[in-house]
Structures are given as C-alpha cells and as structure tokens.
Design a protein around this ligand. Structure first.
Ligand code: PLP
Length: 423
C-alpha cells in the first residue's frame, strides 16, 4: 500500500518518471501526450533545457532567503518583467506559491485597502456561480461551484454569487450577445444595490472560465460593463487569471483581449510552467500606495513568498516564451485545434459545444445535443473519458456536470505551447 494520501484513495496512479517535450513517461515506459498541461500548467512541456539550467544555476547561488530579511535578484527581475508587460496601472507584484494563495492575497489586499482608506464597512464580495478560485477556505468561499463547496459550507465566509457569462447555456434564444451581456451587467448592478454599493469590496471573475466550465470566454463587452459598474461604485475588480493567464489564450494576460485593467490580478500555473510552484498577485498603483502611505505593510505573508528558485524558474519560462515568440504560435495552433475539433466532433451526438481561445479549448459533453441535456452526473462520463484517453496515451482534463443540470461534463484541452501540427 502507498503511504501517500493520494488525491483519490480508490484509484491507482501510474508513476511519472520522466518528461520529454510535450510527453510524460511512466515507470513502465508508456508515453502520454500532455494535451492539458496537467491542469493548464506545463506550457513549455516537461524538459526545457533553458529553464532547467536556470533553476540549477539559481540553486547553486541562492536557493532561498526569507523575505522578512532580504529581497532577492530573481524576484526583483521577475516583478520588473511582469509589470513592464501587464496592463497599465498594475505596478507591483506579490509573489506566492500557487493559485489559491494568489487569490487569498488578493482578497486580503482588497480588504486592507479599504481599511487604509477609512472605508471599513466595505466587506462584501461578489463572485460568480459555477466558478473556481482555489481550494483554501477564502478562495473556496469565493468560488461558486456547488460540488466543491458542499461539505465545507460551514467553514466558508459569506460571498454573494451572480450568474457566470455562459452563452452556450444561458444566452436566451433570439437574444443578442450584447443584450445577454447587458442582462448580466444588470444582474451585477442589482446585487450591488441590494448589498448597498458602499458596502461592497470587490467583484471576482475569471476572464475565460477554466476548471468549472471548460474554457468559456465572456461575450464581447461584458467585462467593459463590469469595469464601468465597479468604477461607478468604487468597487475593486479582481480578475483571476490563474488558469487563463500567462499566454494560454494567446495574449500574455487574458484581460488584454477584454480591454480592461483590473485592480488586482492573480496568476500562477503557466507562470512557472510547473518547473517550480509559484503564483502571484499583481497590484494596482492605488492599492499599493494606500497601503504604503498607511500602515506601510500588508498584514499577510507565507514562508515561501518570493522564493528565489521559483522566481528564477518563472523568469526563465517567461523569457523563453517571449524569445521564442510563442504567443503568435498559441493563436495559430489554437485556431487549428478549434478547426480540427470542429471537423472531428462538430456533429458528434455527444458533443454539445466546442469553445475557447488560444490553446485553451473545451468540449462540453451532453446526452442529447438538441436539448443540451447533460449526462446524468452519476455516470461520471468525464472520468470515463479521462481513463480511456490515458489508456490511449493522451492526457485531457475532465470535469463533471452539475446535479442541477446547469452544465454538462466537459473536457479541457490546454496543451504546451511547444506543440507542432504533428502532435
Ligand atoms: N484560480 C483558478 C481560476 C484556478 O483554475 C485554480 C486552479 O485550478 C486556482 C485559482 C487555484 O490554483 P492552485 O491549484 O494553484 O492553488
């Protein structure tokens, strides 16, 4: 018996022993094409020589220095790199070890910002249903995925949830995309009014929804309206780009394609591409300034924030993506992937929708295409697809449908940017 407390205690996992470009290799020599980057993580594949060398070099010089005593060179350089490329106004970066921590930091930064500004009554958070923002308690409370929250409800702080932007299921017949976006904006506005705009702290959303919906972008104009509403009421906009950021959708940040700048933006996964665990929260100038000129410090902190080796790895990953001009490739390969998926599965009786941006694509599986009826969740169709794919040497990221029939099972594809057409 394995003494590891595995993710699933009734499953056997193959042992991964090596990586070769976009492939993972198990201890029996089977090769798996990593078509989902694990969970949209491994954007440079599994054996990038430059990144490996950068890690080796950094560990040899300085592996780690606690940030309450020192800053370090890779952390400073990575912050410069990100801020130079981030939407204008995001001027500093708080480094953590992963996506959930990045979301927790964003929530606490938002709260502390309003305390520093003398608005302590602003404590309500609005997020969206069918969303996922991480598994730590604050992030889990923010997420609106009923299945993930269910048994931990008593431990979760109150968060108000509005509808996600999910055109395939929720745009009404005959309703234009613009009218649908407007309807969602009105719902957000109504929620804010019911809480009292002066009591609302932040609105949290993923620009392209990953784990819970399967690569679902919003309709054009939705985020512009969200930004306007937040601005009008002095509410912070937190965009969670943990999954969809760092080039995954074809631009470095998915928010660029929406034409909006958030006040706080969370990133992780593709930031370090799995070579080291790292995440970050990008912070607007006004939040940084309020805290700098107020108490002077963010009342937070983990042991591994700004980890030198993790920052060196992430810097090497991001430099490689830029030097190899991989983002135009993400756009081109992504369009090709969409076309091939449509050609192969567009008329498939069990595929209801094929969507996404860049190398971030989702297939929604349904029992009946014309009525968009999801499979009965107890059949665990997504798990069967994952098992079958693995048996055939392919990794894809599955997610189950919801019990209320509001979404079907889906398969998420988020392959490394280094693929070529042959893969
Ligand atoms: N936010 C989003 C949008 C995610 O997709 C995830 C993970 O899938 C997280 C946050 C949590 O990230 P992590 O698993 O690194 O804690």
């Amino acid at each position: 018996m394995s003494h590891v407390f595995h993710r699933h205690l009734q499953q056997q996992y193959p042992t991964a022993v090596g990586g070769d470009g976009p492939y993972l290799i198990d201890s029996e020599g089977h090769r798996y094409l990593d078509a989902c980057g694990g969970a949209a993580v491994s954007c440079l594949g599994h054996s990038d020589a430059e990144v490996i060398e950068a890690i080796r070099e950094q560990v040899g010089r300085l592996a780690y220095a606690h940030t309450s005593f020192f800053t370090n060179e890779p952390m400073e350089a990575l912050a410069d790199f990100l801020v130079e490329r981030a939407p204008t106004g995001l001027s500093s970066v708080y480094f953590v070890s992963g996506g959930s921590e990045a979301v927790e930091a964003a929530l606490k930064l938002a709260r502390q910002y309003f305390i520093e500004r003398g608005e302590p009554q602003r404590k309500h958070l609005i997020a969206r249903r069918q969303s996922y923002h991480g598994n730590t308690l604050g992030a889990l409370a923010t997420g609106g995925n009923a299945w993930r929250r269910q048994q931990f409800e008593p431990l979760l702080v109150e968060v108000n949830h509005v509808s996600p932007c999910y055109a395939y299921r929720d745009q009404a017949p005959g309703e234009t995309a613009e009218a649908y976006g407007e309807r969602l904006a009105a719902e957000l506005e109504a929620e804010i009014q019911s809480l009292g705009p002066e009591n609302v702290m932040a609105f949290v959303a993923e620009p392209v929804v990953g784990a819970t919906l399967g690569a679902v972008p919003s309709v054009p104009g939705y985020f512009t309206r969200v930004r306007e509403i937040c601005d009008r009421h002095g509410i912070l906009l937190i965009l969670d780009e943990v999954m969809c950021g760092m080039g995954r959708t074809g631009s470095l940040f998915a928010a660029e394609q929406e034409g909006v700048t958030p006040d706080l933006m969370t990133i992780a996964k593709g930031l370090g591409a799995g070579y080291q665990p790292i995440g970050a929260t990008l912070v607007s100038d006004s939040i940084r300034q309020a805290i700098a000129e107020g108490s002077g410090f963010f009342q937070h902190g983990h042991t591994y924030i700004g980890h030198a080796t993790a920052c060196a790895a992430a810097l090497a990953v991001q430099r490689a993506i830029e030097a190899r001009d991989l983002l135009p490739r993400v756009v081109r390969l992504g369009e090709g992937l969409q076309q091939r998926l449509e050609a192969r599965f567009g008329e498939h009786p069990y595929v209801g929708d094929i969507r996404g941006r860049g190398l971030f694509r989702g297939l929604e599986l349904v029992a009946d295409r014309s009525h968009k009826t999801p499979f009965d969740p107890s059949r665990k169709v997504h798990a069967a697809v994952k098992r079958t794919a693995m048996a055939n040497g392919l990794m894809c990221y599955p997610m189950g449908g919801t019990l209320d029939g509001r979404q079907g099972d889906h398969i998420l594809l988020a392959p490394p940017f280094i693929l070529d057409e042959s893969h």
